[in-house]
Design a protein around this ligand. Sequence first.
Ligand code: ZN
Length: 102
Amino acid sequence: MRESWTNYEVWVYRCNRCTTTWREEYKARHVADGHGGEAVSYEHDGHQCTSPWCDHVCPKCQSQNVKASPTPWKQAANVPVQAAHYNEDLALVLRLRRLNAY
Ligand SMILES: [Zn+2]
């Protein structure tokens, strides 16, 4: 049995000619290939499509000089939480040191 999972990716596009920016949401279907790797196929508006980072045309000026970047919102949400835990641990160590207990 092949393992598969689906997630949503939001990509941000910026036209290098007229500086228009816009975002599009894709459904990414991941399928493990059984050799430690995975294959990803993308759907947009319910249709199979090419990778989000290629073949994009600016909706305003029709330029193909478009830069695509994935939105790193999951990483951005996780990092401050980890940093807060780290600071709590550090504060505890410093307090114990002041009490000569550590
Ligand atoms: Zn444009």
